[in-house]
Design a protein around this ligand. Sequence first.
Ligand code: BV8
Length: 234
Amino acid sequence: MSANFHRIVILTGAGISAESGIDTFRSAGGLWEQHRVEDVATPEGFARNPDLVLNFYDMRRAALANVAPNPAHMALARLEREFRGDLLLVTQNVDDLHERGGSARVLHMHGELKSALCASCETRAPWLDAMLHRPPCPVCQAPSLRPDVVWFGEMPYQMGRIYQALEACDLFVSIGTSGAVYPAAGFVQEARAAGARTLELNLEPSEGSSLFHDTRLGPASVMVPQWVEEMLGG
Ligand code: BV8
């Protein structure tokens, strides 16, 4: 892939963090095999059993201390530093591995484990601890903190900014996502409608593979550094 692109949008999913040791959602033994989506990733599930949901996210937040970014995260940080055009990195992931890999500008469209949202006053605050014991909101003191993540049926964050970037991009790259969840799974079509080239880097074909001009199969820790090297004219 030559380096004659000027406005890139990248979408990442759980697959880019898999080699760092974070479970994906839909692979064997993945997160959704251990829990029903409707029990742990919907507002209804949270209302039905808040302890189950708070504990599910407390466990994932605590597990961040045991994982580290992999070469794929580092390669995207290198692209951000050295690519002279526009670059928007959108991630569906709620982990902090892009930031710990050196990316400074990351758009978490599904929120972040290390952020708390107060269901009473809607304050968002950085959060590293557990929530199961109902700590008080740092602003209104109500015991109403929930994970600042987007559950099914909730509006993903910064959609206007994402669609604007998709309409203007000349290259859309999807990395490590199954293409099972919308609106993220529809971004490739938005990009194609804008005349962009589309590339998928994934371990196996995703549900949307046929929508991409190019698909390269393999582990992200190999495929992403290779692609970044190409893009930077290496
Ligand atoms: C919304 C939260 C309105 C935090 C997540 C019917 C049709 C179309 C849509 C719908 C429908 N019914 C309902 C909907 C909407 C619904 C939806 O899409 N449902 C699906 C199931 C059909 N979507 C929503 O509700 C969204 N909100 O629609 O609001 C709206 C509409 C338009 C515009 C604005 C608003 C909200 C969805 C967000 C849900 N929250 N996470 C958390 O707990 O983490 S979703 C969760 O799954 C992730 O965040 C991620 O986004 C999503 C997909 O997971 P992936 O990242 O792709 O991971 P997965 O395991 O699936 O795949 C991993 C991939 O990696 C695989 O392909 C694998 O091969 C690959 N891989 C593995 N190892 C490697 C690798 N690749 C490379 N290297 C490796 N080593």
